[in-house]
Design a binder for this molecule. Structure first.
Ligand SMILES: [Mg+2]
Length: 256
């Protein structure tokens, strides 16, 4: 394996599964940090703020700082703050997303008539009213930004509907397409690279889903390593049109 100065790690399926850390994950992160490598941790999770995530990570004993975390909630807030700082934003999403948007100084409104931009994420309290409000904005031609468009969300109790439950419904109803921030789209990866501040050829993306993590890495021109502790199996790699640069059993096998 080539030597890299920067690493972008996906979290779920790479560092932990559910609330259990992958054996050797903490040691590998520590080793990388001791060697002066720069690390960013990305996730498509659209319900937890950076602060929520930091707490979850600390409970698992992983040596990661809040400032190294880039969940889709935070990435979406950064994207909005850069482009729509003056606009009224309507959110169909969870509290973690709202928290990040407020921290970034985004102007939120609950009134669809006053809103100019729609932001979507997973929402455990999705309702007909919220879908109606979002539909109104989209039919009016407002820009639509989504944390991600994942169909399924792997939880400890099995597969659950992901943000795709919201995105798919709105696409079907209105024929509109959102700007997607999370993997496999480029925006979250571009932000991760900005945080690392290194040339892309010196960075490695490490993830467990070939169509999400590896594709995301490819799209922004960084090398990719697939770990087999999550969703994608070794036999899936053969069948996939997207190929990672490296396939390793787990994060513990990263050569550093
Ligand atoms: Mg993952």
């Amino acid at each position: 394996m080539k030597e890299y100065r920067g690493y972008i790690f996906d979290m779920d399926g790479v560092l932990y599964r559910g609330s259990k850390p992958v054996p050797g994950a903490a040691e590998t992160i520590e080793r990388l940090k001791k060697k002066g490598r720069k690390l960013v941790f990305v996730s498509n999770n659209s319900t937890l703020s950076r602060e929520d995530f930091a707490e979850k990570i600390r409970e698992m004993g992983l040596p990661i700082e809040e400032g190294e975390l880039l969940p889709a909630t935070h990435a979406t807030a950064r994207y909005l703050a850069e482009r729509y700082a003056e606009s009224g934003v309507y959110v169909l999403g969870a509290l973690g997303l709202v928290k990040e948007l407020l921290l970034a100084g985004v102007r939120l409104t609950q009134q669809p008539a006053k809103a100019e931009v729609l932001v979507t994420g997973s929402d455990p309290d999705i309702s007909y009213r919220k879908l109606s409000n979002a539909t109104e904005l989209l039919l009016r031609g407002c820009p639509w930004i989504s944390t991600n468009a994942d169909k399924l969300y792997p939880s400890e109790s099995g597969m659950l509907p992901g943000t795709g439950a919201v995105v798919g419904a709105l696409q079907y109803i209105t024929g509109r397409e959102p700007v997607v921030i999370g993997k496999p789209s480029a925006p979250i990866m571009e932000q991760a690279l900005e945080m690392l501040g290194l040339p892309r050829e010196e960075c490695l993306m490490v993830g467990d889903i070939i169509e999400s993590d590896v594709l995301a890495g490819r799209r922004v021109g960084v090398d990719t390593a697939l770990v087999l502790t999550g969703v994608t199996r070794r036999e899936d790699v053969e069948a996939s049109p997207v190929k990672p640069d490296y396939v390793i059993e787990s994060i513990a096998e990263l050569e550093v």
